[in-house]
Each structure stands twice: as C-alpha cells, then as structure tokens.
Design a protein. Structure first.
Length: 251
C-alpha cells in the first residue's frame, strides 16, 4: 500500500477543542474546518438505542447522572451536554447516530470513524448498522473489542472495519486478518515503541490511523512515519500545520 501524500485529518469526538465533544456543534465545526473525518463514540442505552457519548456514565459531559446502560433514549435526549464545556452551549443535546448521519449528508466530503464502545449485543448492533444504508462508503466502524468487531463483520461484511489497539504484539496481525479490517488504529505511543509498525501494517494492506495526537511535534513524527490518518482534538490546527508544510509556488 502506498501511503497518502499527507495524513487524513480525523476530528476526535468532533472539533472537541472548540465545542463540547461528541455533539452536533463539534461535528459541524470539524466539517467547516475541513476535517476529512469525524471520530465519534457510541454506547448502548438501556433500551438498545445507540447514543453518541464516550463514557459509560453521563456525569462528565452532561448534567445527568448514572450509567448510560441504565437510561433509555428519551432520558438521554433530555440531558444537557453543553453547559459543562461553556455556557454558550447550554442546552446542547446528546446526539443519536441519526443526528451524526444528518451532518454527513449536509457535508458530502466528510467521512465518519464510528467507534462502538465495549461489547455490543447482536440486536442493537444490527439496528445501528442498518441505519448506515446509503452511507457505508463514507463510514468506518471501529472498536477495541474483538468480539464487537467480529459481530460487525458477521452482520455487515461490506462495512469497512477498524481495530483499535492500545498495545501491540505480532498476534494483532492475525486478529486483523481474521476480522477483515481495513485499518488498525494504535495509540500514539505505539509508534515510538514499534517504529516499524506502519510498514508492517502497510505490507498487509492495512491502514493506520493513530490516536490522539494534539501537538505539532507528534504530528511531525506521525507524518514522517507514514500514517494514513491522525486523530486529534485540534483538527483546525492540524489542518493549518499540514498546509504550512506544503511547498509554496515557485518564483
């Protein structure tokens, strides 16, 4: 596989440095900034609906309390997911996946890196994957759970898949092959611990989107290593940094 001319810019939970993470304003901000993809997290609510929130509980990013798994979608929909970030975002809701897909439809150049948190039951996964019809060529579904990714493979073999990894050993390559993933997405420190990781994955025709890098020195190291994408909380700054590295017009 030939690496891209420069890494794709992937907005971590949207443009989460300027708007509350995993909310529609953060996603729209990322799209308007020119990000190639937005990365989101989806948890299973108590009634089986998929809701866009990172944590198992709602305390950190909403005005509510309790486990996501103990709340139904209507209860989650009434939470304020913006005030914690800035008063100007008071009343911002927790999105459903459909809200995110609406953003994709309004911004045709934008793609989605959709992380399923934890181990998903079959029916909620089937329902969620069914909503992707018409957009599957713009979505990559990823998870750190091998069981969840195997379920996605079995339920929707045509959906592009990625495996998140926080550590690396050679057995990961066999897991990637078994799951049929197109991407293996590591924590940034793994690029330092395993400098040949990009080349190893590319030889298997597997892309690599590294997370979560927010500083120019880390972007430079990742770009030099040949990664296919950089997941960042600062997509606008990363875009500016990449633009500044482009050769200027000759005199």
């Amino acid at each position: 596989m030939t690496a891209a001319a420069h890494p794709r810019v992937i907005a971590h939970r949207g443009n989460s440095a300027v708007a509350p993470e995993n909310t529609v304003p953060a996603f729209v901000s990322a799209a308007l900034a020119g990000a190639d993809m937005i990365e989101i997290d989806v948890q299973v609510a108590g009634d089986g609906a998929g809701v866009v929130i990172h944590d198992d509980t709602v305390e950190r990013t909403t005005d509510g309390s309790g486990l996501v798994a103990d709340l139904d979608v209507d209860e989650v929909a009434h939470l304020d997911a913006g005030s914690w970030f800035e008063p100007a975002y008071a009343g911002t809701g927790v999105p459903l996946l459909g809200d995110v897909l609406d953003v994709l439809r309004r911004h045709p150049a934008l793609e989605l890196l959709l992380e399923l948190k934890g181990t998903w039951p079959t029916e909620p996964a089937r329902d969620l994957l069914g909503t992707l019809d018409g957009l599957t060529d713009r979505v990559v579904v990823q998870s750190a759970s091998v069981e969840t990714m195997a379920l996605v493979r079995d339920l929707a073999p045509d959906v592009r898949r990625g495996l998140l990894i926080g550590r690396y050993d050679p057995g990961v390559l066999d897991v990637c092959e078994e799951l049929g993933v197109m991407a293996c997405n590591p924590h940034g420190r793994l690029l330092l611990e395993h400098p040949d990781l990009v080349e190893t994955l590319h030889r298997r025709d597997i892309q690599l989107m590294v997370w979560t890098l927010n500083e120019a020195e880390h972007w430079a190291a990742a770009a030099a290593a040949g990664v296919d994408g950089i997941i960042t909380d600062r997509p606008d700054r990363l875009l500016g940094w990449l633009d500044a590295r482009q050769p200027g017009p000759s005199a």
